[in-house]
Ligand binder design. Structure first.
Ligand SMILES: Nc1ncnc2c1ncn2[C@@H]1O[C@H](COP(=O)(O)OP(=O)(O)OP(=O)(O)O)[C@@H](O)[C@H]1O
Ligand SMILES: CC(=O)N[C@H]1[C@@H]2OC[C@@H](O2)[C@@H](O)[C@@H]1O[C@H](C)C(=O)O
Length: 362
């Protein structure tokens, strides 16, 4: 059965759209990336913190987001010569603009009704709400998908997504799947290079590699209480953002800009390595996906901090690192339509297994 998965992640770089065939597994058929137009990126970013007239701004931004996503779906259908009627459903994550699990809410916008109307395809969306209602974090949700994809791979292993934030799934054939957000992924690296060099990201981590890690800044970042807590846990831009970094920098001696980037890269690698070792010290392979899988500097630091593990992209396992999350949301839509629970209570802390998603039929 053919499904479309759409992910618009916390990096706000763009919308990932993929076409998959779901049978026994989940096979990637085609994909389409749409860069986020600057004005929409700015509107969405502004909605990530409180401000005037939010409801109106959110309602307008989600219409623009749905128009863009629908355009991408049409491009994908035209290049694969498929018609809307051949697609069972779209699984659309939408765009997270708030994530406050401690206050029992998370907000993803993306007007699934408009997306269904514009594409003529049923849409499954609002995946996080039921898990939150059941007392869970509502994130991360990809662990069930990783569990399905990697069940035949040697375990114990970890599947690591480095997107705006990083989250890990720990698989061990003898125990229940674990998973949690490790902390920032690319979000601070992106924010710092944007602030200092007006570039959207540090390609291959070259700028970070040119700097020197500052121990004092590193330790002050690592002392953030989020890192001392065990899972279930998830995080977002509410906690880790440019002002968070700047408030720590204000307590330091002045540092060269590239040294801050190097320290951010080391910090990101260390929070990931520490959380993998704390939760599953027996891990021997770490399969990396998400945009951070392209950051050589970050992966080298991670490999150095995890000397007993093989750290490599999921590409090496035949699973496209860039499309993992979009594929996951196609599969989550399938689970919803088949009435299959897709949260993992050991990951999110929900009271039990739940079928996730709301259906917007055609
Ligand atoms: N060649 C590269 N070198 C370094 N970093 C890269 C490269 N390509 C992508 N990235 C990073 O990956 C980010 C995008 O990753 P991704 O698309 O996985 O994020 P996302 O979907 O927003 O994530 P999530 O929802 O998991 O937080 C970019 O913002 C950039 O920081
Ligand atoms: C609330 C939210 O959007 N969280 C994202 C974010 O990006 C990475 C990490 O933080 C993860 O918890 C989650 O996304 C993936 C798709 C998940 O739910 O598994």
């Amino acid at each position: 059965m053919l499904y479309i998965g759409i992910m618009s992640g916390t990096s706000l770089d763009g919308i990932d759209i993929c076409l998959v065939n779901i049978d026994q597994g989940c096979e990637l058929v085609a994909s389409q990336y749409l860069a986020m137009p600057l004005a929409l990126k700015q509107s969405l970013l502004t909605l990530c913190s409180s401000g005037p007239n939010e409801i109106q701004r959110a309602a307008l931004a989600e219409q623009q987001w749905a128009q863009l996503a629908a355009q991408g779906v049409k491009q994908l259908l035209s290049k694969t010569r498929l018609s809307a009627s051949q697609i069972r459903a779209i699984g659309s994550h939408g765009q997270t603009i708030r994530h406050e699990p401690a206050q029992h809410f998370t907000v993803q916008i993306g007007s699934p009704a408009l997306l269904a109307e514009l594409t003529g395809i049923a849409v499954v969306s609002d995946f996080r709400q039921r898990d939150i209602a059941a007392g869970g974090q509502g994130a991360p949700l990809v662990p069930a998908f990783h569990e399905m994809l990697f069940k035949k791979h040697p375990q114990p292993c970890a599947v690591l997504n480095i997107g705006g934030f990083s989250n890990v799934t720990l698989l061990n054939e003898n125990t229940s799947t674990l998973g949690f957000d490790c902390g920032p992924g690319n979000v601070l690296l992106d924010a710092w290079i944007q602030h200092k060099k007006n570039q959207t990201f540090d390609r291959n981590g070259t700028w970070a590699a040119s700097g020197t890690v500052n121990k004092s800044l590193l330790n002050s970042m690592l002392s953030e209480p989020f890192f001392a807590t065990q899972g279930p846990k998830s995080t977002g831009r509410e906690l880790f953002n440019l002002p968070w970094l700047q408030s720590l920098l204000a307590q330091q001696e002045a540092l060269a800009d590239q040294d801050v980037q190097a320290t951010l890269s080391e910090f990101t690698a260390q929070t990931i390595a520490d959380s993998i070792l704390a939760a599953q010290a027996s891990t021997r392979s770490v399969w990396v996906c998400g945009g951070g899988a392209h950051n050589n500097d970050l992966l080298q630091r991670l490999q150095r901090l995890l000397p007993d593990c093989l750290v490599d992209s999921t590409d090496s396992q035949g699973i496209a690192a860039d499309w993992m999350e979009a594929m996951a949301f196609a599969w989550l839509a399938h689970c919803c339509l088949e009435n299959m629970p897709s949260n993992r209570p050991t990951v999110t802390g929900a009271r039990g297994l739940r079928v996730l998603g709301a259906i917007y039929p055609v």
